[in-house]
Ligand binder design. Structure first.
Ligand SMILES: Nc1nc2c(ncn2[C@@H]2O[C@H](COP(=O)(O)OP(=O)(O)OP(=O)(O)O)[C@@H](O)[C@H]2O)c(=O)[nH]1
Ligand SMILES: [Mg+2]
Length: 495
């Protein structure tokens, strides 16, 4: 009896040990195999970043409730289990305010989330059932940790400054300020600079005052003229640097007795010397630091572009978007000759460009929207070498605010959209005034970069809409192609 009992217990002990070991091995395997993706979302101000992240999170945590994610394989194939928000990794970075955004979109009447002015983060834990990867032998439930970072595209506009001296930057910015449509607004500021002796010792107050004027000009360029090239980007979106002296400089154009040597060697307490010092400090402490502390961590990047607003504003605004896109793309130019690869070595492996607010136009205009965005990107292709980076372009609506249909006009079928018009108070960023329900064909999107004659013969009327009424926090937000976004960005990590 004692003998039987001993071998019985020995066997049980061995089994338990085997099971424990197997469990430990599985746990270790699944822990080491647990996936992690850092997703960065950028775009110029008002391009739709907040709406995009809110919708992406909402689609994942409410999966299956309301809308379909037919093109997102993990959902389509049934291996998606659930997603939930978990505490973010970096406690020093502000939290992306998902709850405030959802409260705005589900309010009565529904409103758009407030503009945001800096970087923020949010972390999701996504549970799924591995079906094809090695993980399936270890566990029937794996976790994909998704870190999402929202940051202003304006910050990327600063990258080219890293290779410019203060003199070169001043000259380039000055040239821009002397061209339409900036010239008219810049005149009095430039006239004022012309009366100042760059070699005289300058006070902090004078610098602060002129920097404020220059910043006010940048606000006019962005929010009144609808221009995209705003440098330095932090001046209109300072984030945590608001009010810091590092943001108190401006371009000082070359004048007769100011040559390259002066720009470099003017005494530190002269106006030009102080401007030079702050410019250099800005490049090191702000621009370079952003790339080192944040940009280099990103695995995947989404660049959002609102092409419709510049089309509405006209030729100069659209040309400015073209220039801004080419500046932004320098951050993703990884070829050996690229500025970026000489300064840093990023690890982004997927790059998604989205033309946002596709619900502002009728569905058959989505293909021209994508074609236009492709042209904006690929005209710079000769300068870009995306080594090992997968690129995709899509036309999306993160939060669809119109319904599309067909209307009869003079006996013919015309595609239309219907929604509640949103009137934005002029010059203000966020004041929203609701208009009436409207049904319209807003116009055709050019599928090519518009040429000069195009602007004479075409008028666009892409209007802003309020979010649809009756949205619900527990349901998926209506969208256009967010499932394709998820498919491109996440599906390969959830197999
Ligand atoms: N119709 C429609 N409008 C949208 C959509 N996404 C954004 N918008 C509009 O674009 C505006 C700006 O969107 P946000 O998501 O706040 O843009 P942002 O890039 O975060 O802007 P900043 O925080 O100022 O940098 C919103 O207030 C809406 O009017 C969309 O999917 N459909
Ligand atoms: Mg925002």
């Amino acid at each position: 009896m004692a003998l039987i009992s001993k071998s019985f217990f020995q066997k049980r002990g061995l089994d338990k040990l085997k099971n424990d070991l197997k469990g430990k091995a599985n746990e270790l395997l699944s822990r080491t195999m647990d996936q992690h993706v850092t997703l960065a979302v950028t775009g110029l101000s008002r391009s739709g970043k907040t709406a995009f992240i809110t919708s992406l999170v909402n689609q994942l945590i409410n999966e299956g409730n309301g809308t379909k994610l037919s093109f997102f394989d993990p959902v389509h194939n049934g291996n998606f289990i659930a997603a939930k928000r978990v505490p973010q990794k970096h406690f020093h970075v502000p939290r992306f305010d998902y709850d405030a955004a959802m409260s705005a979109l589900t309010a009565e009447p529904a409103i758009w989330p407030e503009p945001t002015h800096g970087i923020s983060e949010l972390r999701l834990a996504i549970r799924y059932q591995p079906k094809n990867s090695i993980l399936k032998y270890a566990t029937d439930m794996a976790t994909l940790t998704l870190d999402i970072t929202d940051y202003p595209g304006e910050w990327l506009l600063d990258l080219p400054m890293l290779k410019q001296t203060y003199q070169e930057w001043s000259q380039q910015t000055h040239d821009l300020m002397n061209c339409a449509p900036r010239a008219q607004h810049s005149e009095s500021f430039l006239d004022k600079l012309a009366t100042i002796d760059p070699f005289a010792s300058a006070s902090e107050e004078l610098l602060a005052e002129l920097a404020q004027e220059y910043t006010a000009l940048l606000h006019t360029f962005r929010y009144e003229l609808g221009l995209s090239v705003i440098q330095p980007g932090r001046f209109i979106l300072p984030g945590e640097l608001a009010g810091a002296p590092i943001l108190e400089f401006f371009p000082f154009p070359a004048i007769e007795n100011l040559d390259a040597n002066d720009y470099q060697n003017a005494p530190d307490d002269s106006l030009v010397g102080m401007l030079r010092a702050r410019y250099l400090e800005y490049k090191e402490q702000v621009v370079r630091k952003f790339y080192q502390q944040h940009f280099l961590r990103f695995d995947r990047q989404i660049v959002l572009a609102d092409c419709l607003t510049p089309l509405n504003k006209g030729k100069e605004s659209f040309a400015d978007l073209e220039l801004a896109m080419s500046m932004i793309l320098q951050s993703y130019s990884y070829g050996k000759s690229g500025l970026f690869s000489r300064l840093f070595s990023p690890k982004i492996d997927k790059l998604l460009f989205c033309a946002t607010k596709a619900d502002h136009v009728t569905p058959e205009q989505h293909a021209p929207m994508v074609a236009l965005l492709n042209q904006l990107i690929h005209q710079n292709k000769q300068h870009l070498h995306y080594e090992a980076v997968q690129i995709k372009t899509l036309a999306i609506a993160s939060v669809k605010s119109t319904n599309s249909g067909v209307s009869k006009y003079k006996g013919a079928d015309v595609p239309v959209i219907q929604g509640q018009r949103l009137v934005q108070a002029k010059g203000k960023e966020s004041t929203e005034v609701f208009g009436q329900k409207i049904t319209l064909f807003p116009g055709a999107v050019p599928s090519q970069l518009p040429k000069d004659d195009y602007w004479q013969s075409n008028s666009f009327d892409f209007i802003a809409f309020a979010p649809l009424p009756g949205l619900n926090k527990q349901q998926c937000l209506p969208h256009v192609r967010m499932d394709q976004v998820l498919q491109f960005l996440l599906a390969d990590k959830m197999i």
